[in-house]
Design a protein around this ligand. Structure first.
Ligand code: GLU
Length: 483
């Protein structure tokens, strides 16, 4: 059997967006599932669209995602270079071969000439595609003009009739009438190939067995197959992947503010959660299993599980995955990742991070939400005394005042400020006084945090705040209730 070799072939036009990451992931999985090679190729023939630093960013993002390529521009490999701009001289000989066989031809039309003919066609209500004007130039005249230094491009000579087709692993047999296909440019006037040509040449020279890319290339793939045929090459297997949508009508796009992979990492999404979530955007394992490591995805992935319709990126679902991954991560890892986020709010305090992390791990959905959740520890927020109302606890602002006046001396008497001591003293005294826990602990938590919902209850918060601060806050709360 032919070795499975897949490639991820991004253009360096910016950060790795999530649709791109998904393509990279599926491409990686197909290779690894079959014990094959995953290759990175940078497609930078359209240098006007290139964004400085984007290539390094692609290397970095793929590494962060764990999609380790076997061959690529920065690590080399047997079929390099893996950056198209460094392969400049590779393409022209193949184009000239096609010119020789009549499957391509040089075109000398200037931009002005093309514009004029396009305008005329459109004003007559006809669609425009290149009119094969230069195909009629006798071969030796064309050759002479090419050699004389006149500017020209090389166009594909699409047959005027018949069908062009290819087989897609997801979409099946796809065909297009040749007379609807444009004689697209293969080599531009600057000598560089277009994507339409370079992808065919490179996929062949790099022995790519499976071409995976977005469905935006579905309609051009019949043309690529004509090129393979003309060059006498076996075409690869094709797999076109449906786009990732933001909602029913809009594509996910970085330009419109949707997060890139990097953005999500910066926000505090775990790469494992992102990968797991992305894998399920358009692929289903066939049962209701939801959690997969990258290793498990390699085992479970199969092309039959892919969905033809566009996938919708649901941020809430990603957040849910993330919170599940955070909950399951080893505590030491959580503490390490959470600490810089604790620092943002608590850097100059002596809050016990390890203790706080224990309270926070099960409540963290995304790391960047931590600072807001713990801001009350640094500074008591404004709050309304209506928060003291709690039906089930039978708490009202009136009972709260009594409860806090009851709790204050108990807290003041505690000599070693530890969770257990705070707990035992409070609960013991509440019991001795014949009160209900909630009647005291609810208002105490409000008094200490100003919040209805906090990581941990009154005892835990009191411990975190320390004795002086806890007492200060309870005293202030009593004052507030008295006024
Ligand atoms: N360079 C193309 C892009 O970034 C990739 C198409 C392909 O994988 O063949 O859209």
């Amino acid at each position: 059997m032919q070795e499975v070799r897949t490639r991820f072939a991004p253009s360096p036009t910016g950060y790795l967006h999530l649709g791109g990451l998904r393509t990279a992931l599926y491409t990686y999985l197909i290779a690894k599932k079959h014990g094959g090679k995953f290759i990175l190729r940078i497609e930078d023939t359209d240098q006007e669209r290139e964004v400085p630093g984007a290539i390094e960013q692609i290397y970095k993002s793929l590494h962060q995602a764990g999609l380790i390529y076997d061959e690529g521009p920065d690590i080399g490999g047997p079929y390099g270079p893996y950056i198209q701009s460094e392969r400049k001289d590779t393409y022209l000989p193949y184009a000239l071969k096609l010119v020789e066989s009549g499957d391509a031809y040089p075109c000398f039309c200037t931009k002005e000439e093309l514009d004029a003919r396009r305008e005329k066609a459109t004003s007559e209500g006809k669609g425009w595609k290149y009119d094969k004007h230069c195909l009629n130039i006798p071969k030796d005249e064309a050759k002479r003009r090419m050699e004389s230094g006149e500017s020209y491009c090389i166009r594909q000579n699409i047959p005027e009739e018949g069908m062009a087709s290819f087989e897609d692993l997801l979409f099946g047999y796809v065909e297009a009438p040749c007379d609807t296909l444009d004689d697209g440019v293969l080599i531009k006037a600057d000598g560089l190939p277009t994507y339409n040509f370079a992808n065919v040449i490179d996929d062949h020279l790099m022995h790519i067995s499976h071409v995976t890319r977005g469905t935006e290339y579905l309609s051009s793939a019949p043309k690529y197959n004509l090129l393979y045929k003309a060059l006498g090459w076996e075409p690869p297997k094709y797999l076109h992947l449906p786009v990732v949508m933001k909602d029913a009508t809009r594509k996910l796009s970085k330009r419109h503010g949707d997060p890139s992979f990097e953005d999500l990492l910066d926000m505090g999404y775990l790469k494992e959660a992102i990968i797991n979530f992305i894998a399920l955007l358009g692929w289903s394992p066939g049962d209701d299993r939801e959690f997969f490591t990258l290793e498990e995805l390699i085992q479970a992935f199969h092309i039959e599980g892919l969905n033809k319709s566009p996938a919708i990126f649901n941020m809430d679902k990603l957040t849910w995955f993330n919170s599940e991954y955070i909950r399951k991560m080893p505590f030491v890892d959580y503490l390490e990742m959470a600490s810089p986020w604790f620092d943002k709010t608590l850097h100059s305090t002596d809050i016990d991070y390890e203790y706080l992390a224990k309270l926070m791990q099960g409540r963290t959905e995304v790391f960047n939400r931590i600072p807001e959740m713990i801001a009350f520890l640094k500074e008591m927020p404004e709050y309304d005394i209506s928060l003291y109302n709690h039906k089930r606890m039978k708490s009202t602002p009136e009972t709260a005042l009594n409860a806090l006046e009851f709790a204050l001396p108990i807290l003041e008497k505690i000599s070693t400020w530890e969770e257990q001591a705070i707990h035992d003293n409070l609960i013991g005294s509440i019991k001795d006084a014949g009160l209900k826990n909630g009647l005291v602990l609810w208002p105490l938590r409000i008094a200490l945090s100003g919040l209805e919902s906090t990581p941990g209850g009154a005892v835990e918060i009191a411990y975190l705040l320390g004795k002086d601060e806890s007492i200060r806050r309870v005293k202030n709360a009593i004052e507030k209730l008295k006024n």
